[in-house]
Ligand binder design. Structure first.
Ligand SMILES: [Zn+2]
Length: 394
């Protein structure tokens, strides 16, 4: 009997769900627990046998852990071998194994925060670290201490950065037009501190692009971004020249350059954080999000949508239910699991052209700011509550 093949196009409305999990830090490979995604567990595959004894002994109901649990964890680790050698540290790891029978994987988590709001909040902490560390001018001056503290608190609320461990797909290559392939440095995706910093920077760059009025020139966007990031003036002017594809500008960034990618007739500078990531995203925006030197809303939205969808996984199997048999009350909802990063890009695509998007410092909701330089809260009541708690002072 021959199999019959046929294609049918189906439009499915998907509710995007970031994979939220309790997390902690691993300072090196020896601190990675065996239930870490990509090592011992994967959200879309059954957990491996080696993890079985750990899952059976885990104190799910909050009781005291049995004395043999620690030994079981050591044994699971030795069965799995060392975690992937390319992983960088410090990195966020799961603080407890997944409750694999529960579709959201973890229960009893702190209240959720939209990934976009989370990245906007993280962006503020990152900005303070950058200002303090002289934007990475001297090696080792960027410790990302504030950023790390903020991330520890809100990562369990906004979701994992790279839950599917796809490897290197968080920031797709930027390819120059006119036959020249210029790859801008793209760190491998993962859950480490620097990947989170790169992701935060990236979302904040695109939030700036999405916030501008229609018809803004690319040069005007760069000026706006430099101001929004509070970037040092001299280096930023050089950066803006580079981002516009001009030859000059590299001298101004001399203290931040660690080398060149050599592409024969083209030399792409390899810059330290955050300049490398900024250049990568500004170039992406120039090549794919503008038209005739002006930001193009339609193109930016398309770019963010397709990029965001890359990080979305919709687990099947599906079964078609005719609309007339559907019960009232929303049965048949389809959930898509996403990384916090890709979910934030999709959220940005959905909010194109609304104005300047900020995260409320009290409740964390994303809101439209009329005076973005001064706005901190989504509503008068949030401002009042924050002042009552004393956070709004100063
Ligand atoms: Zn609020």
């Amino acid at each position: 009997m021959g199999a019959m093949q046929g294609n049918v196009s189906v439009a499915v409305s998907v509710t995007i769900t970031p994979i939220r999990a309790p997390v902690g830090w691993a300072e090196g490979p020896e601190e990675v627990p065996p239930w870490e995604p990509g090592y011992g567990w994967h959200p879309l595959q059954p957990s491996p046998e080696a993890l079985g004894p750990v899952l059976r002994l885990w104190p799910w109901a909050g009781e005291d852990p049995p004395p043999e649990l620690a030994q079981t964890i050591v044994e699971a680790r030795s069965k799995l071998g060392p975690p992937p050698g390319r992983w960088r540290y410090p990195r966020l790891v799961l603080a407890s194994p997944p409750e694999v029978w529960a579709p959201p994987f973890w229960l009893r988590l702190p209240p959720p925060l939209s990934p976009l709001a989370g990245f906007l909040k993280l962006g503020k902490a990152l900005g303070q670290d950058l200002a303090e560390g002289g934007w990475g001018r001297k090696r080792g001056t960027l410790t990302l201490q504030r950023f790390r503290e903020r991330l520890t608190a809100i990562a369990p609320r906004m979701g994992l950065l790279d839950p599917f461990r796809a490897g290197g797909r968080l920031f797709p290559e930027v390819v120059e037009a006119q036959g020249v392939r210029a790859r801008h440095f793209s760190p491998e995706s993962g859950e480490d501190l620097w990947a989170w910093a790169e992701a935060t920077l990236t979302v904040n760059v695109w939030a700036a692009a999405v916030s501008l009025e229609r018809g803004e020139a690319f040069a005007g966007f760069l000026a706006y971004l430099g101001e929004a990031l509070d970037a040092p003036r001299g280096p930023w002017e050089g950066f803006a020249a580079l981002a516009q594809g001009e030859a000059g500008g590299l001298e101004a960034l001399e203290g931040y350059r660690v080398g060149f990618f050599d592409y024969g007739n083209l030399q792409v500078p390899l810059l330290t954080f955050p300049w490398g990531g900024l250049l990568r995203e500004a170039t992406r925006l120039r090549l794919r999000g503008t038209k005739g030197g002006y930001l193009n809303r339609h193109r930016i939205q398309e770019l963010l949508r397709s990029w965001g969808l890359e990080g979305l996984v919709v687990p099947g199997p599906f079964r078609y239910t005719p609309p007339w048999s559907q019960e009232p009350g929303g049965k048949g909802r389809v959930y898509g699991l996403a990384s916090a990063f890709h979910a934030a890009l999709l959220e940005l695509a959905g909010r194109m052209g609304e104005g300047t998007l900020l995260a409320c410092e009290h409740c964390g909701q994303v809101f439209l700011a009329e005076r973005p330089r001064r706005a901190r809260f989504c509503s008068p009541s949030c401002r009042a509550m924050a002042h009552k708690k004393g956070v709004g002072r100063g």
